[in-house]
Design a protein around this ligand. Structure first.
Ligand code: FAD
Length: 306
C-alpha cells in the first residue's frame, strides 16, 4: 500500500491551494474530494472580492483553481472520507471506497448549508433550495422568499433580484448585517426586494410544491406567498468524520494556530473548516500556510527529530 506524504481532505479553494503548494514541494500528495472539485465557490454568482479578478463567475473561478492544481499533476480521487484514524502513524484517512495511509493530513473539508429543521425536506426539489446560483432561473418572473440572516440572506437576495419578480427576505433578526457594507447598499437599491424582520418561520406551505410560508411576527401569524423558498441561514462545518479522531474542535470547526497546526502533530487544517472569515482569500492563504507547516513537519520527521 502507498504511503503518501500528505493527504488533503477536500478539493475546494483551500484544498486545491494546499495541493498546488504540496506538488511544488514535490510531496507525494493525494487530494480526496467527495463531490465536486472546486468547492463551494462554484455556487457563487459573481465574485468581486478575489484579488486579480475584478469580477468573475464563481464556477469559473472554481474551474480555474482545478485547472491550476492539475497543471501541477495533483492527483484527485473521488471518495467520501468517513473517518480519520490517528491512533498510529502513519495516519489513516478512511473513505467509503478506500483507506489512504499518509504521514501528514491537511483537513480542508469546508462547510455545508444549515437546515431550517422544519418541514423543508418534503419540498426539496419542489420549491425549496439552498443555492441561488444553481436554482434561481427556475423562478424567472416569479415571487421568491429568502429565509435567512445577514450575509448569506443578502447574497441570496442579490442573486435573485434580477431574475425573480419579487424577493421577500424573512429574517428572525432585528437588522440584517453584511460582511461588506457595499452589500447593504446594493440591497437598498433592489427595488423588488423587501425585508420582513423579527419573524419566526413556523411552516412551509404547499400541497405538491411550495406555495408560501407561515410566519409569526410579534406573536401574530401571517402567510407570505411565494413560488420558491431559498434557505440561507448560514453554514456548519463538515467535521463529522473527525469524531473520535482526537482533533480538537470548537463548535464543530477545527481549532488551529497561526501555522494551521491542529492539536495533533502532523495534522493541519485550512479554509472554512477552521471557522472565522468564510471567504476564498482566507481559504487559499491558509492552504499555503498549512502545507508550509506540513513541509517543516515532514522534514523534522525525516531527520528523526520527531
Ligand atoms: C453562494 C455562495 C457565494 C459565495 N460568494 C463568495 C464570494 O463572493 N467571495 C468569497 O471570497 N467567498 C464566497 N463564498 C465562500 C467561499 O465559497 C468559501 O469561503 C470557500 O469555498 C471555502 O473554501 P474551502 O476550500 O475551505 O471549502 P469548500 O469550498 O467548502 O470546499 C470543501 C470541499 O471539501 C469537500 N468535502 C467535504 N467533506 C468531505 C469529506 N468527508 N470527504 C471528502 N471531501 C469532502 C466538499 O465536497 C468541498 O468540495 C461564497 C459561498 C457561497 C455558498
Amino acid at each position: 500500500m502507498d504511503v503518501y506524504d500528505v493527504v488533503i481532505i477536500g478539493g475546494g479553494p483551500a484544498g486545491l491551494t494546499a495541493g498546488i503548494y504540496a506538488m511544488r514541494a514535490k510531496l507525494n500528495t493525494l487530494c480526496v474530494e467527495k463531490e465536486r472539485e472546486g468547492g463551494k465557490i462554484a455556487e457563487a454568482g459573481i465574485v468581486e472580492n478575489y484579488p486579480g479578478f475584478e469580477s468573475i463567475r464563481g464556477y469559473e473561478l472554481a474551474e480555474r483553481f482545478v485547472k491550476h492544481a492539475k497543471r501541477f499533476n495533483l492527483n484527485i480521487v473521488y471518495d467520501n472520507v468517513v473517518k480519520l484514524d490517528t491512533e498510529e502513524r502513519p495516519f489513516k484517512v478512511i473513505g467509503e471506497n478506500n483507506t489512504y495511509v499518509t504521514r501528514a493530513v491537511v483537513i480542508a473539508s469546508g462547510t455545508r448549508e444549515k437546515r431550517l429543521g422544519l418541514n423543508e425536506d418534503k419540498f426539496i426539489g419542489k420549491g425549496v433550495s439552498y443555492c441561488t446560483t444553481c436554482d434561481a432561473f427556475f423562478y424567472l418572473n416569479k415571487d421568491v422568499i429568502v429565509i435567512g440572516r445577514d450575509t448569506p440572506a443578502i447574497m441570496s437576495a442579490l442573486n435573485l433580484k434580477d431574475i425573480a419578480r419579487r424577493v421577500t427576505i424573512i429574517t428572525d433578526k432585528k437588522e440584517l448585517r453584511a460582511a461588506e457594507r457595499i452589500m447593504l447598499d446594493r440591497l437598498k437599491e433592489g427595488e423588488n426586494i423587501s425585508v420582513i424582520k423579527n419573524a419566526k418561520v413556523i411552516e412551509i406551505l404547499g400541497k405538491e410544491k411550495v406555495e408560501g410560508v407561515l410566519i409569526s411576527v410579534d406573536g401574530e401569524e401571517r402567510v407570505v406567498k411565494g413560488d420558491g423558498i431559498f434557505i440561507s441561514i448560514g453554514h456548519e462545518p463538515n467535521s463529522q468524520f473527525l469524531e473520535g479522531s482526537g482533533v480538537e474542535l470548537v463548535n464543530g470547526f477545527v481549532k488551529v494556530d497561526r501555522e494551521c497546526k491542529t492539536n495533533i502533530e502532523g495534522i493541519f487544517a485550512c479554509g472554512d473548516i477552521t471557522g472565522g472569515v468564510l471567504q476564498v482569500t482566507k481559504a487559499v492563504g491558509e492552504g499555503a500556510v498549512a502545507v508550509a507547516s506540513a513541509v517543516k513537519y515532514l522534514n523534522k520527521l525525516d531527520k528523526g527529530y520527531l
